[in-house]
Design a protein around this ligand. Sequence first.
Ligand code: PLP
Length: 403
Amino acid sequence: MISSKMIKLTQNNSVIRAMFEEGNRLAAEYGRENVFDFSLGNPNFPSPPAVKSALIDVLESVEPTEIHGYMSNAGFPSTRSAVADFLNGAHGVSFSADNIIMSVGAAGGLNVVLKTLLNPDDEVIAISPYFVEYGNYVGNYDGKLVVVPANPADFQPDTAKIAAAVTEKTKAVIINTPNNPTGVVYSEASLKALAAALEAKQTELGTSIYIISDEPYRELAYDGAFVPYVTKYYRNTLVCYSWSKSLSLPGERIGYIVVPSELDEYQLIFDAASIATRVLGFVNAPSLLQLAVERCVSAQTDIGAYDANRRLLYDSLTSFGFDCVLPQGAFYMWVKVPDGDDKAFVAAAKKHNILFVPGTSFACPGYVRIAYCVGKSTIEHSLPGFSKLAEEYGLEKTGLEKK
Ligand code: PLP
C-alpha cells in the first residue's frame, strides 16, 4: 500500500487542476476560442524583454560549469546580494545576502519555511479564503492548519478572530497580500493590528509566532495601491517571494525567502532553512534562473494589460448585476454567488463554456474566483455567456454597461 496521505490527496485532487483538465476537454469539443477558461492563475502575458536579455547574458558571459554546477544550498551569494540590495532600495529595509535564501518558487519557499519551523501537531493559522495548497504544505510536516475567516465585509484579516485562535501550539500565521483569491491588498492598519495582536500573544504565551508572508503578487497592485512590506511591521516575519507571477515565470520555479536578522532564533532558522532546501530534495533553486534574476532584479511586468482586463471584467459583471470585489492587486476577481451555491454556479457557468473555481476550494463557499490573467479577447467573448448566466439567476442589470 502506498502512502495513505498521498492516497487521500489523489482522491481530493485539486478542483483547480480538475477545472483546467475540463477546459482542455471542452476546448477539444468546441474549439479553444469558444471556451473561456478562468480557472488557473497562469500568466498569459510574456515575461518582460529584460528576462530574455538576462538569460542570454548569463549563457554568453558566465562559465558553463558555474552556471550549471552545484552551489551552496542557499543560492549564489551574488544573487542573494542583488536581491537584498533591491529590497533595501524598494522598501527601506536593511537586508544582506545573509537574509536571503533562493527558493524553488513560492511553493518551494513555503515548504522550506514550514519544514524549518514545524514540529508534529504545531498549528499554522491561515485566513480564509486562502490558497488551497496551504493545507497540503502544512500537512507535509504533520502540522495542523487552523482556518480563521477574513472579515467578510472587506476580506481584510480579522485580528480579533486570529488572536482568539492562537494557542501555545501556534507556530505561524500565513498571510498573502495581494491576495489570491480575493484580489484584496492588506492595509497598513490591518498589518499593524495583526502585528500588535501577535506581539501580545507572544508575550502572553512566551512563544515565538512567525508571520509567513506569501508574496507572489507583490508587484501586481493597481491604481497605485500601497502594499506594505510586512517585515517592517512585525519582527518575526519570514517572506516567501516568487517571480512566477511578477515576471510570468511560473514554470521556471524561481523565488526567494527573506530571513530577517531580527527573527527569534535567526541563525538557527537560516541554517535550518538552507538544510531544508537540501533535504527536501530541491538542493538549490535553479542556477540559470538565479543568475538571470540577479541581472534583472528590478524588471517589472507591465501590469497595464491585467489592469485593462480587471476593469473590463469588473465593469461588465457589475453591470450584469453581479456583486464583485474590485481587485486592488493580483489577477483574480472574487464574485459573490447570487444564491450562495458556488458549486451549482460553477456548473451553470460551464454550460456557457465559462470555467472558474468555486469558493469552497478556498474554504469560503458562496463565492467564485475568476482568474483574469487571460487574453482580453477571452473576456470579451465570454461576456454574452456571463450576461445569460446573470439572467438565469434573475439578476437586475444595473445599466452601467450602456455608458
Ligand atoms: N501562493 C499563492 C497565494 C499562489 O497563488 C501561488 C500560485 O498560484 C503560490 C503560492 C505558488 O507560487 P509558485 O508558482 O511561485 O510556487
